[in-house]
Design a protein around this ligand. Structure first.
Ligand SMILES: [Zn+2]
Length: 284
């Protein structure tokens, strides 16, 4: 631990780290098929292999704002092309990253409170169609105020591979505009509906300063697991559970019911719920 050293030193150290590590590894690879059953949302993008175009944006921010959450940002993780997170230094490897999609629908605020109570960070991926009325906007504010980073999950949850580039831009950029209007900052993460990106959506996400984020496993869209106990069991005992796994859940009744047991089950297995703000590219 180097907390005693000057914060100026930390600032320099972190600037250097981010410059070194900020290349976007947007390669999409085969993800895993849990059990052969068809998923409604699959991270597949299977055969696409995109060569990274390392557009380094080295416009180093020189503003000397007081660094907030200095300690919290010390560790650095990155997202791999296989959709797990891995430390780039000696930080804890035994982590999982929780993500909640299709928010804020019915339960997102309650889910955020549950997670907060368990000291479990997560990303909430929001759809713009939930942010059209006062209630939805209030919920987004509340989730954000509870300390959860917000991700962009498009305006209407449309399969991006079926629409034009202009329509994709509308789906993606409009959510950023709305979220910024409501909470004062843009989303830091992007997840395409069904995990189905296009070359254009990847490029746009990067231009908008968002990190692409699919997942390693999730089960709550599968009929077999639309009940709290079954969902808890599979989320905690999945063969796909491993160090750095990105876990997908949704704003749904049964997921809300299972959430507390899922988190404590994972904690009992020794997993720490990773703070998404420790992932590189999101602290700039
Ligand atoms: Zn979704």
């Amino acid at each position: 631990m180097r907390f005693k050293e000057s914060s100026r030193f930390h600032l320099i150290l972190f600037c250097s780290l981010f410059i070194l590590l900020s290349a976007c590894g947007a390669t999409s690879n085969e993800s895993t098929s849990n059990d052969g059953t068809k998923k409604n949302e699959t991270a597949s993008d299977s055969t696409e292999v995109e060569k990274d175009i390392d557009e380094e944006e080295n416009d180093v921010d020189t503003d000397v704002d007081e660094k907030k959450d200095t300690e919290a940002k010390e560790a650095v993780y990155k997202v791999t092309p296989e959709w797990f997170v891995t430390p780039t230094n000696d930080a804890n490897e035994k982590v999982v990253l929780l993500t909640i999609d299709d928010a804020p629908d019915k339960h997102a605020v309650e889910m955020a409170k549950t997670l907060k109570g368990l000291d479990a960070p997560a990303i909430f991926f929001v759809n713009g169609h939930f942010l059209q009325d006062e209630e939805g906007r209030k919920q987004l504010q509340e989730i954000n105020e509870l300390g959860f980073p917000i991700g962009n999950h498009t305006m209407t949850h449309t399969d991006l591979t079926t629409i034009s580039e202009e329509e994709q831009k509308e789906e993606i950029s409009e959510v950023n505009r709305l979220v910024e209007e409501i909470i004062g900052e843009k989303p830091k993460f992007f997840r395409a509906p069904f995990g189905k990106n296009t070359d254009y959506s990847k490029k746009l996400a990067e231009e908008e300063g968002m990190l692409l984020m699919n997942w390693m496993y999730g089960y709550d869209w599968d009929k077999e697991y639309q009940e709290a106990d079954a969902l808890t069991d599979i989320m905690v005992d999945s063969p796909l559970l491993g160090e750095g796994a990105i876990l997908l859940m949704h704003d749904r009744d049964w997921t809300n019911d299972a959430l507390s047991d899922i988190v404590t089950g994972l904690q009992d297995k020794g997993y720490e719920m990773l703070d998404p703000l420790l992932i590189e590219n999101v602290n700039e």
